[in-house]
Design a protein around this ligand. Structure first.
Ligand SMILES: CC/C=C\C/C=C\C/C=C\CCC/C=C/C(=O)SCCNC(=O)CCNC(=O)[C@H](O)C(C)(C)COP(=O)(O)OP(=O)(O)OC[C@H]1O[C@@H](n2cnc3c(N)ncnc32)[C@H](O)[C@@H]1OP(=O)(O)O
Length: 300
C-alpha cells in the first residue's frame, strides 16, 4: 500500500493494517541460510538487512533535518513492521544518513495551521511509531550520530540501548517546553524509565538540550564513542544483546515496558483529542510560528 493510502488507513483505524504493534508472539531465531544482505528503501527510510547476523540498519534519510513528518512516520512504521515480520531479523540499529542530525523531532509544519482531521491523523502516526518501537520484539539500538531534539530524542529513548557520537556540537533532549508546548505523558514515561524521575522532572521543565557528554552523565545515552567508531560499536553491542535467548530477553522487555505501553493503548483516543485541543489553541499556534521564525532567522 502506498504511504498516503496507508496514512489514511492509519487515520481511520488508528493502527497500521499490517498487524498489531504489541502483544506479539515471540520471535523465532533465523533459519541457518547462507550469508545474505538485502536492502529496501522508500523515500525517507533506508533499510539494510544483514541476514547472516540477523541485524538490520534503518537509516533516516529525510534532509535537511530528518523531521518526523506524517510521510516519514508512515514509512518508518512500514519498515519496522517488515523487519518485525521477517524471521531473518532479530535486531535493528537506528541511525541517520543526514550528516550532523539524527532527527529534529516532530515536523513542526504538521502542527501549524492544519485542520483538526490532519492533527488527528498526524498524532495517531506519532503514537503508532512509539507503540511499535517500544513494543518491538527485536533488539533496538540507537546510534545517535547527530543532534536529536524532542521527537528525535524520543526515538532514541524508545530503543533498548543508546550510543552517541561524542561530538560536543550534538545535543539531545526533550526540549518541548522551549517551544511553549508540553511533552505528552508517554514521552515523559519513556524518559523517566531511562533517566529516573528527578532528572526527567528538571530536564523536562527546563526543556533542556544536553550536550553529548552531559547526556551520558545523566544516563540519557548509555555510551559515547568517537563518531568514526559509532557503527562498529553499535554492531558490537547488538551482538552482545543477541547472544541471549530471544524469548527470555523479549519477555523481560515486555515486563519492563508493559505498564507504560498499556497506559497509552488504554487512553489512545483521549490522547489524540488532548493533542488536538492543545495544539489548536491560538497561543500555542503563535508559539510554534515564532519558533519556526526563530529557526529561519538563526540562518540569516
Ligand atoms: C496540559 C497539556 C497536556 C498535554 C498536552 C497534549 C498534547 C501534547 C501536545 C504537543 C506535543 C508535541 C510534542 C512535540 C515534539 C517535537 O518533536 S516538536 C519539534 C522540536 N524540534 C526542535 O525543536 C528542533 C528544531 N530544529 C533545530 O533546532 C535545528 O533545525 C537543528 C539543530 C535540528 C538543525 O540545525 P541546522 O542544521 O542549523 O538546520 P536549520 O535549523 O537551518 O534547519 C534546516 C531547515 O529545517 C527546518 N526545521 C528544523 N527543524 C524542524 C522541525 N522539527 N520541523 C520542521 N522543520 C524543521 C528549519 O526551519 C529549516 O528550514 P528552512 O529555513 O531551510 O526552510
Amino acid at each position: 500500500m502506498a504511504a498516503p493510502a496507508l496514512a489514511r488507513c492509519m487515520a481511520r483505524t488508528g493502527v497500521l493494517p499490517l498487524g498489531q504493534a504489541w502483544g506479539r508472539a515471540p520471535r523465532l531465531p533465523p533459519s541457518p541460510l547462507p550469508a545474505q544482505r538485502r536492502a529496501f528503501s522508500n523515500n525517507k527510510v533506508l533499510v539494510e538487512l544483514d541476514e547472516s547476523a540477523g541485524v538490520a540498519t534503518m537509516k533516516f534519510k529525510s534532509p535537511p533535518v530528518n523531521s518526523l513528518s506524517l510521510d516519514f512516520l508512515t514509512e518508518f512504521c512500514i519498515s519496522l513492521e517488515k523487519l518485525e515480520n521477517d524471521r531473518a531479523c532479530r535486531g535493528v540499529i537506528l541511525t541517520s544518513a543526514v550528516p550532523k542530525i539524527f532527527s529534529s523531532g516532530l515536523d513542526i509544519t504538521e502542527m501549524c495551521g492544519k485542520s483538526t482531521e490532519h492533527y488527528a491523523e498526524f498524532w495517531r502516526a506519532v503514537q503508532e511509531m512509539w507503540l511499535r518501537l517500544y513494543s518491538s520484539n527485536m533488539v533496538t539500538v540507537a546510534a545517535v550520530n547527530g543532534s536529536s531534539p524532542a521527537g528525535g530524542c524520543l526515538i532514541a529513548l524508545t530503543c533498548d540501548y543508546r550510543i552517541m557520537a561524542e561530538n560536543p556540537k550534538f545535543s539531545i533532549g526533550l526540549n518541548e517546553a522551549q517551544l511553549g508546548i508540553v511533552a505528552p505523558f508517554w514521552f515523559k514515561d519513556t524518559f523517566v524509565n531511562v533517566v529516573g524521575h528527578r532528572v526527567a522532572e528538571s530536564s523536562l521543565q527546563l526543556g533542556s538540550l544536553h550536550s553529548a557528554p552531559e547526556a551520558h552523565r545523566i544516563g540519557l545515552v548509555d555510551e559515547l564513542v568517537p563518531e568514526e567508531k559509532l557503527k562498529d560499536r553499535a554492531t558490537a553491542v547488538m551482538q552482545q544483546w543477541l547472544a541471549l535467548p530471544d524469548h527470555a530477553r523479549q519477555l523481560t522487555k515486555t515486563m519492563m515496558r508493559k505498564a507504560v505501553l498499556d497506559r497509552l493503548v488504554a487512553h489512545r483516543e483521549e490522547d489524540v483529542q488532548n493533542f488536538i485541543s492543545f495544539i489548536s489553541k491560538e497561543s500555542i499556534q503563535k508559539s510554534l510560528r515564532m519558533y519556526m521564525e526563530m529557526l529561519k532567522k538563526k540562518k540569516s
